[in-house]
Design a protein around this ligand. Structure first.
Ligand SMILES: [Zn+2]
Length: 254
């Protein structure tokens, strides 16, 4: 039997009023929606492997609150507390994949003491010194502000391109939302499930009107987004979203 996983969405924060047009490229809408920040927990059905894809935002400080859209992170949203509430010891997490290093995806991994932390090398390099217009997303270049992922700098393993991490769990380079974005592909009893960060914020990014892929508005190039979507068409059967409450309609996938 091949190694298989099941996946569960964990809410680790929320945006009370996020402009929909920042999720979906060229959508004609002035609507704002409440959007969750989802950390995806993937458990092996046959080994001790227990993986988290992204860990959510940190509670804003006086400094960081100034440059982000409002984000709400309650004490109980911290990833280790969410795990405990689900009956999991945070020390059981074996790997964390940061799909990218925007502030709402990579905080509090210091509370997962045994996990090795995987990030694409390109993303790591860019996050340290992003272009001016990307600085807020990475929280880079502000006095007294340290990006959350720096707290696990000693455990980071930089990866290049596509790798198999453990049987049934692969990482693919999927540039588009950011230049070093990655996705996780898990083999499950219900087909290959992909968690791809903010390439797919909302379900409509993956399947919008007429079943077409819609790039995220925040992107490093539309062509790169479309190439990554085309890869996913081949590599995944089901693609899960990062900021969509409809993902919680099921408590378990795969
Ligand atoms: Zn995000």
């Amino acid at each position: 039997m091949t190694a298989q996983f099941t996946l569960e969405p964990l809410v680790v924060g929320r945006f009370p009023a996020f402009p929909l047009k920042r999720f979906l490229y060229q959508i004609d809408s002035s609507e704002t929606i409440e959007a969750p920040c989802i950390s995806w927990l993937a458990k092996s059905t046959s080994t001790d492997a227990m993986v988290l894809v992204d860990t959510g935002p940190a509670t804003p400080t006086e400094e960081t609150a100034k440059f982000h859209v409002e984000v709400d992170v309650k004490d109980e949203n911290r990833i280790d507390r969410v795990l405990r509430a689900n009956g999991i010891d945070p020390g059981q997490i074996t790997e964390v994949l940061f799909t990218h290093l925007h502030f709402d995806h990579c905080s509090y991994a210091e509370f997962l003491p045994n996990a090795r932390i995987l990030v694409q090398r390109k993303e790591l390099q860019y996050a340290v010194a992003p272009n001016r217009e990307h600085r807020t997303g990475y929280e880079a270049g502000y006095r007294n502000v340290f990006p959350g992922w720096m707290k696990v700098f000693d455990r980071i393993q930089a990866i290049d391109g596509d790798i198999e991490v453990t049987p049934g769990f692969r990482v693919l380079a999927l540039p588009g939302h950011t230049t070093g974005s990655a996705g996780a592909i898990f083999d499950t009893a219900q087909g290959r499930h992909a968690v791809v960060g903010d390439l797919v914020n909302q379900m409509e990014n993956w399947k919008g009107a007429n079943g077409k892929h819609i790039p995220p508005t925040q992107n490093c190039g539309i062509d790169e987004c479309m190439r990554s979507f085309a890869r996913l068409d081949k590599e995944a059967d089901i693609v899960l979203a990062s900021h969509d409450y409809r993902m919680l309609d099921s408590s378990k996938y795969g």
